[in-house]
Design a protein around this ligand. Structure first.
Ligand SMILES: Nc1ncnc2c1ncn2[C@@H]1O[C@H](COP(=O)(O)OP(=O)(O)OP(=O)(O)O)[C@@H](O)[C@H]1O
Length: 222
């Protein structure tokens, strides 16, 4: 095994983050350490308010930690292919169809056939009949799957997804979690998925749990 393949894709060391609300300080992250290996799917469990979104935002670079370090180690691909995010509120562009939303980052990343790649992923996620609709013309569960397709289409080194199955029924949750796992394993991509969902956790290579801003326990997926 080469040295490179054993290096983590993501390294989080001693990350803290606090928010001020008037005179109150909310300590959202209290010294989080986490490593994710290439091809590994890690599910981040935790109650509402435990700090999952804050951690994903710090890893995505959308928020700056107060202290500690976040490193995404990638030696391949364009910047578009390093970290892809599925935000909790999807972030689809309103004026583009689902197919256009998904093809856009593939085009920006220089993928050879962005439209074909987008359609293939959308079809795989059960969205064949809605791919030419605008985000406002689809259900929340359909929009959520399109947001996941938009992140996966660039074959990112690291996929970050905030509740990627939160709007899906049981059968779809299982299907989506399996697709993420298969794509990560095939492509050597790593994934960090925040979830409340036991089905998503069951598909993980590893489960970590945030409790009041601290990573408390870590268990292998069963
Ligand atoms: N911008 C902000 N300003 C003030 N407090 C915030 C802000 N963002 C998050 N918080 C607080 O930080 C804590 C962690 O929030 P975070 O959104 O990371 O939790 P979460 O585990 O993702 O929750 P959920 O599962 O409900 O999405 C919570 O107490 C939350 O109220």
């Amino acid at each position: 095994m080469s040295v490179l393949s054993t290096q983590p894709v993501l390294s989080v060391r001693g990350v803290t983050k606090a928010y001020r609300r008037g005179r109150e300080t909310v300590h959202a992250l209290r010294g989080v350490d986490l490593e994710v290996a290439p091809g590994e799917v890690v599910v981040l469990l935790g109650r509402s308010g435990s700090g999952k979104t804050t951690l994903l935002n710090c890893v995505a670079g959308w928020e700056a930690p107060d202290s500690g370090a976040v490193e995404v180690l990638s030696t391949t691909g364009t910047p578009w292919q390093q970290v892809a995010v599925v935000p909790q509120r999807f972030g689809l562009l309103d004026e583009l169809t689902l197919a256009e939303n998904v093809a856009l980052p593939a085009r920006l990343a220089g993928s050879p056939e962005p439209e074909a790649a987008a359609r293939e992923l959308l079809e795989e996620l059960g969205l064949a009949v809605v791919l030419d609709r605008l985000p406002a013309e689809v259900s929340l569960g359909e929009a959520q799957r399109a947001a996941l397709a938009r992140a996966l289409v660039v074959r990112p080194t690291l996929l970050l997804a905030d509740e990627p199955t939160g709007r899906l029924d049981e059968a779809l949750s299982v299907k989506v979690a399996a697709l993420v796992r298969r794509r990560c394993h095939e492509q050597g991509s790593a994934a960090l998925l925040a979830s409340h969902d036991a089905l998503t956790a069951a598909s993980a290579d590893r489960v970590v749990r945030l409790h009041d801003g601290q990573l408390r326990e870590e268990s292998p997926a069963t």
